[in-house]
Ligand binder design. Structure first.
Ligand code: SAM
Length: 240
């Protein structure tokens, strides 16, 4: 899968998308991720990419010329161009999973007051929000969306790992996890986890997930089906 990210602040993405699980996914060729500076498509000597809004008001707006030039150069047959925006479709696991099935995505991050409306009207295929709040910078949102979708690309989390037990995937929050030592400052790991009895452990984990979801997010339980967990679902995701 290829992903192009268009931003005025490419250095913000180098660390976020270059390390840990995403960094490994790129190294192993699961993800062809390319980070671009929008100013590379500015044609004036000052590399201008934004300007004051028509009609007045505070802040700056991304200009159409460099954005159109960048997208027209990067897009391929079948690619989808996505703008990160507070008024876009709310990000969800289902949306992440759908995006992971695309061949080529181009993400455009807005900055300051946003982007010229003609960009949204004529070269954007889809708009995504990461929540009902306003960030200073769409680059942060682009990194979040890429992280969410990358987990659904086969091989990114490792062959052994499964997404099926993660929070939200089954409308349940995840169960508590413990590691060594079994006794830390007198706080002991639940006995059942040391029992070696996989059926009991599965049951305990499901009960914990249900209890936690009832307590913290009862809205998720509407229409929930308690399908059995499989032992391979319980493996921890690759650490990063
Ligand atoms: C300061 S915001 C502009 C907000 C814009 N004036 C508005 O009220 O919708 C700058 C950029 O951050 C990004 N952004 C801010 N909040 C976001 C959110 N919740 N989800 C996705 N992108 C967001 C968008 O790309 C936006 O152009």
């Amino acid at each position: 899968m290829r992903i192009d990210l268009l931003t005025l602040f490419p250095a913000m993405l180098d660390g976020l998308l270059g390390e840990s699980i995403l960094g490994k996914a790129r190294e192993r060729g699961h993800l062809d991720l390319r980070i671009h500076n929008l100013r590379d498509w500015s044609t004036d000597k000052h590399k201008t990419a934004d300007d004051r809004p028509f009609g007045g008001g505070a802040g700056m707006v991304l200009k159409p010329e460099p954005v159109f030039a960048a997208i027209e150069q990067l897009r391929t047959p079948g690619s989808r161009t996505i703008y990160l925006s507070p008024d876009g479709t709310p990000l969800s696991p289902a949306l992440g999973q759908r995006l992971a099935g695309e061949q080529h995505l181009i993400f455009l991050s807005g900055h300051y007051e946003g982007i010229d409306q003609r960009i949204r009207d004529h070269v954007i295929d889809e708009e995504i929000s990461i929540g009902d709040y306003v960030l200073t910078n769409g680059t942060i949102a682009a990194a979040v969306v890429v992280d969410v979708l990358a987990r659904f690309i086969p091989g990114v989390l490792g062959e052994e790992n499964s997404l099926t037990h993660e929070s939200f995937t089954r409308n349940l929050l995840d169960f508590p996890q413990y590691t060594r030592p079994a006794d830390f400052r007198g706080w002991k790991v639940p006995e059942v986890l040391l029992s070696g009895n996989h059926a009991l452990i599965e049951r305990w984990r499901l009960e914990q997930s249900l209890e936690k979801t009832r307590r913290l997010r009862p809205d998720l339980l509407q229409g929930h089906q308690h399908e059995p967990l499989h032992s391979r679902d319980h493996q921890a995701p690759a650490q990063g």
